[in-house]
Write a protein that binds this ligand. Structure first.
Ligand SMILES: [Zn+2]
Length: 144
């Protein structure tokens, strides 16, 4: 499986990635705070306002689910720093390339294992489903 030996990340590279994760987490938390302000229901609002708020809430909730999912991924990645396992592939235990982590700091698999998993995913119904749900902007970065 180890066709290509990837070196462990340097302290400097690790710090770069940690800062990136922290910055992403911060921006997500901030988005959530501003959401909550606009979502707070004023006392004694009438029915029209209520239904608008309901609509906005359901709309935001769907949007939020992805954020929550991503925030969890970020937190999971940050936890790995504490146990010195950040950058390690969940599947085969080899190091994930710095370039890949830079494009996708929450990556949990090396590119070989990821490609393998995606091949399996695309051959199953659930895989296709989760693929459309998890359609992210950095899909190209993942495959780079
Ligand atoms: Zn791997």
């Amino acid at each position: 499986m180890a066709a290509e030996k990837v070196r462990a990340l340097s302290k400097k590279q690790l710090e770069t990635l940690r800062q990136k994760l922290l910055a992403e987490k911060h921006s997500l938390v901030f988005a959530e705070l501003t959401d909550n302000i606009s979502l707070s229901l004023p006392e004694g609002s009438d029915e029209v306002e209520q239904s608008i708020t309901d609509y906005q809430n359901s709309h935001l909730l769907r949007f939020r689910n992805r954020e929550v999912f991503y925030t969890k991924k970020i937190e999971g990645a940050l936890k790995k720093f504490e146990v010195n396992e950040y950058g390690m592939c969940n599947e085969c235990g080899s190091w994930i390339k710095f370039e890949r982590l830079l494009a996708r700091p929450t990556a949990e698999m090396c590119i070989q294992c990821k490609e393998e998993a995606e091949r399996e995913e695309s051959s199953s119904f659930f895989g296709r489903q989760s693929k459309s749900l998890g359609k992210t902007v950095d899909l190209t970065g993942m495959l780079a």
